[in-house]
Design a protein around this ligand. Structure first.
Ligand SMILES: C[S@@+](CC[C@H](N)C(=O)[O-])C[C@H]1O[C@@H](n2cnc3c(N)ncnc32)[C@H](O)[C@@H]1O
Length: 255
């Protein structure tokens, strides 16, 4: 069954300030991406699903020639404003990564922080990988960083559980996010509801979105079938090898 991405997907990606507020804690991958950037020859890099520029800023500061491709127009505009004043060349492009052609090659291409999970079907993932390949030359490396699905967590009843809390930078209020998951084991799609509320619980805001759960064997097959080779598979941002207790699967691929 094919899901219409507009049905669930982008509701959480309309308000860039809220995205930055709620992911204030996501810093543990920054050193990893800097290391990976320096490991690569050349400085022309492409981030797919570049969000609000969370990784663009540190990578531009490292000297990269950065291109970000992002489906949310609001996020693109916000990122462009944030990047004003950086002297290095950068480019933010408002496009869908499921099928894109920028007519140029990059030295490094990456999709960070579970963004690959927005590719809901095998055919979307394959189309994505084919698009990526058109932007690679023989030395380009592609990186995919996603979590390993946790079956115990996915098979639990559709219970409302606490997920995140953050300070809203506009109002200074503490906002809580609870989560309800509805996982379909046939198509491996997790329908997620996030419920936002403040302490007084006077108003709740609900957002629905979907994520595909990609298990390592599926990733392996999709990557190999696309004609790419896996040159490294890490299980964490410290570049430790992937093993059965790893919580992350980080792929390095080449043509
Ligand atoms: C989890 S966020 C990650 C953002 C950023 N890479 C980061 O690490 O903070 C996923 C991003 O992918 C974008 N996205 C989702 N589907 C997309 C698509 N089909 N094409 C381009 N961007 C997409 C979302 O709008 C969102 O900004």
């Amino acid at each position: 069954m094919k899901f219409d991405i507009s049905e669930y997907q982008n509701t959480i990606y309309h308000d860039p300030q809220r995205y930055d507020d709620q992911y204030w804690w996501k810093k543990n991958d920054i050193e990893f991406w800097k290391t990976i950037y320096h490991k690569n020859k050349g400085n022309k890099i492409l981030e797919l699903g570049s969000g609000t520029g969370r990784l663009a800023i540190p990578l531009i500061k490292e000297g990269s020639e950065y291109t970000g491709l992002e489906i949310s127009q609001e996020f693109c505009e916000y990122t462009k404003k944030r990047l004003q004043g950086y002297s290095t060349t950068y480019n933010i492009i408002n496009q869908d990564f499921r099928n894109f052609n920028l007519h140029m090659k990059f030295d490094m291409i990456f999709i960070a922080f579970n963004t690959f999970l927005h590719l809901l079907t095998n055919s979307d993932a394959s189309a994505f990988l084919q698009s990526v390949k058109q932007h690679m030359n023989k030395n380009t490396l592609l990186y995919i960083d996603i979590f390993v699905p946790n079956l115990l967590f996915l098979y639990r009843a559709k219970k409302r559980i606490k997920n995140l809390e953050y300070i809203d930078s506009q109002t200074n209020e503490t906002i809580y996010i609870d989560e309800v998951c509805d996982y379909n084991r046939t198509n491996e799609i997790n329908k997620i509801t996030w419920i936002y509320y403040s302490k007084d619980k006077l108003k709740e805001l609900k957002y629905n979105f979907t994520m595909r759960m990609y298990f390592p064997n599926t990733m392996n097959r999709l990557i190999i079938d696309s004609g790419l080779q896996i040159s490294n598979l890490w299980g964490d941002y410290d570049l430790s090898s992937f093993n059965e207790s790893s919580q992350l699967q980080i792929y390095e691929c080449k043509l």
